[in-house]
Design a binder for this molecule. Sequence first.
Ligand code: NAP
Length: 307
Amino acid sequence: MSEILFDRIALIGIGLIGSSIARDIKKLSLAKDVVISTRSAETLKRAEELGLGTAYTLSAAEAVKDADLVIVSVPVGASEAVARDIAPHLKPGAIVTDVGSTKASVIAQMAPHMPDGVHFIPGHPLAGTEKSGPDAGFTGLFKGRWCIFTPLPGTDRAALERLSNFWKALGSMIDEMDPQHHDKVLAIVSHLPHIIAYNIVGTADDLETVTESEVIKYSASGFRDFTRLAASDPTMWRDVCLHNKDAILEMLARFSEDLAYLQRAIRWGEGDKLFELFSRTRTIRRSIVQAGQDVDSPDFGRHALDK
Ligand code: NAP
């Protein structure tokens, strides 16, 4: 049974993530008032048509007035501008959190603007799809997924617990990490796979010997699984690359070395090396399915996310 966890929640940014949060708040009746704010009049109108909140405004400053919980869901590169805008209007005792895919950069952008008496608790729900905008959201996006907090030193534990309870109500599992560690972990599990996907799809697009229609026609051979990641929002991913630069470059260097090893094994016909690697990687897939982070069906269960 769900209960009102916050009287007033302000959602700054109402795309895939913001609107999924809004849908869950509404379905589970977790707040009395949900004030929605977004940058464009067009997105705000759509949020209103979808009935995602109880009040709507183009002013983030206006939206956070009297809010007990403020959730910022904008591309990470926009974090500082939002923090500067809302800071003077935050209610003492309010919790401010975000959902950004990088954490050290978001903290550097937002923390200096947060007034005393406001609890700033950076967060990152590890859930999403390649779609964006308020129509792309859906209830249950966060169910069974991890939400990682990267609290600052001296964070009020009671405020952290309140925020954890909110995400738990959305079905998330909670973890805590140091922001730098978060950025390294995410560089390998999320950022690098997206960069590799953007790269491979770009390479296929540039090929002269294989036609575009052939790439599309025969895509089920493996290529299409990369195209889902490579269809992700360009603004969001540009910002992730720019704001997790060090960790991504470190992982890319490791990746390039390992790729060179693979390249050499193929060149010299070292089948045993290839077989050993391919066997090791297969067990990772099994572990992911066993951990409930994917299902073992031919389309990786993603049809469920396309609703
Ligand atoms: P989205 O669907 O593209 O929505 C972005 C929202 O941010 C919209 O409300 C948009 O407003 C607003 N916005 C865009 N640029 C802005 C700017 N320069 N200043 C202020 N507002 C701006 O994005 P999303 O997928 O929900 O991602 C939001 C955040 O969640 C990002 O930080 C991302 O790293 C993080 N995240 C994403 C995923 C994922 O899979 N997508 C998963 C976990 C975390 P308008 O439409 O009005 O312009």
